[in-house]
Design a protein around this ligand. Structure first.
Ligand SMILES: Nc1ncnc2c1ncn2[C@@H]1O[C@H](COP(=O)(O)OP(=O)(O)OP(=O)(O)O)[C@@H](O)[C@H]1O
Length: 327
């Protein structure tokens, strides 16, 4: 388990001091897939660099499997890093080495004999689907293939934790989802913990069981993914989710209600009951479903017209429909 306890990070320069992380407290459990989302500048990269020991927090502790990593000697910290691998937005491959050699580099830190090395590289190449391209150089690979090499290099030593820093941000949508599916497959086969840092909440929705939202160096929400999509508490989370729902322009500057259907056994006739019971007219503006993990959430955008509007809303809420008013 990784525990972050009261982490603060202040960047000091001659001109100013800037607080990039403020009292971060977080437990990352073994074998979980955790998403860390936030807008640019929220502090995500600083946080990930504290976790892998690349930067030292100004105060607070990073505790990995019971060990405070910033108290370790450099040699012990390096050994600890075998357990924490990382993949990057721009892949960080060595351009004058082949795919095979890039992956083999990661094995140089341990004393494997040549046969075992070849076997391990071949195993991960098959897992990421690049066995037939092992002798290519990075310039002859697509972005998605480069990231597959990055993933293969990161997992070849069987680390316990995989940190992904904006790992899909440089890829198109289809390739991003291919990488997400590959990470899911690796998680299933190896039980590695995955910490996925991104500004793309749509990626997190398919990959992660739990999501932490950061803003201005603080954690502002830490929730199971489905709960976050059903009932986001903070404005930043709401606006991130709205981007995924792709609200049409005709809703801008209009008063409307967002009805969120999430209960598995929600009764489909609730809306028509409400219309009859409270003599309400409903104008349906827009509808959308989102699949979060293996569950579907329905979003319905409506105007309610009638004298019993507030009673009608109470009726919807009592029937397990989340209702949010937008003006
Ligand atoms: N070395 C540094 N010196 C001073 N300020 C820094 C330094 N590194 C980062 N910052 C500041 O800390 C804040 C958080 O930066 P960080 O890179 O962690 O955010 P982020 O959420 O990863 O953003 P992005 O998604 O754009 O990479 C930013 O305001 C940034 O300007």
């Amino acid at each position: 388990m990784i525990t972050l306890s009261h982490i603060n990070k202040i960047y000091e320069s001659k001109e100013e001091s800037f607080c990039a992380l403020s009292d971060i407290n977080l437990d990352i459990h073994d074998q979980e897939i955790l998403g860390i989302v936030g807008l640019s500048g929220a502090g995500k990269s600083t946080l990930v660099r504290c976790i892998n020991g690349l930067i030292k927090p100004t105060s607070g502790d990073v505790i990995i499997d019971g060990v405070k990593i910033h108290d370790l000697k450099q040699e012990d910290l390096n050994r600890m890093r075998y357990d924490i691998s990382m993949i990057f937005q721009h892949f960080n491959l060595v351009s004058n080495l082949t795919v095979y050699q890039n992956i083999k580099l990661a094995l140089n830190i341990k004393k494997y004999d040549k046969n075992l090395r070849d076997q391990k590289v071949d195993e991960v190449l098959k897992l990421v689907g690049l066995f037939d391209k092992k002798n290519r150089y990075p310039k002859a690979l697509s972005g998605g293939e480069k990231q597959r090499v990055g993933i293969a290099r990161a997992i070849v030593n069987h680390p316990k934790y995989l940190l992904c820093d904006e790992a899909t941000s440089a890829l198109d949508q289809k390739t991003s989802y291919d990488i997400v599916n590959l990470l899911k497959e690796i998680h299933q086969k190896t039980n590695i913990s995955i910490i996925f840092i991104t500004h793309q909440i749509e990626i997190v929705k398919d990959l992660c069981e739990r999501v932490v939202v950061m803003d201005k160096g603080k954690i502002i929400e830490d929730r199971p993914t489905k709960d976050l999509f059903i009932n986001p508490h903070m404005d930043i989370t709401k606006s991130l989710i709205k981007q995924v729902i792709d609200e049409p322009t005709h809703l801008k500057n209009k008063q409307y209600l967002e009805l969120v259907y999430h209960h598995e056994h929600v009764d489909d006739t609730i809306l028509s009951h409400m219309i009859k019971k409270y003599d309400i007219d409903v104008n349906i503006l827009f509808a959308k479903t989102l699949t979060v993990g293996n569950q579907t959430i329905g979003y319905l955008y409506v105007e309610l017209i009638g004298d019993n509007k507030s009673k009608a809303i109470k009726y919807l809420v009592s029937n397990e429909i989340e209702v949010r008013e937008y003006a």
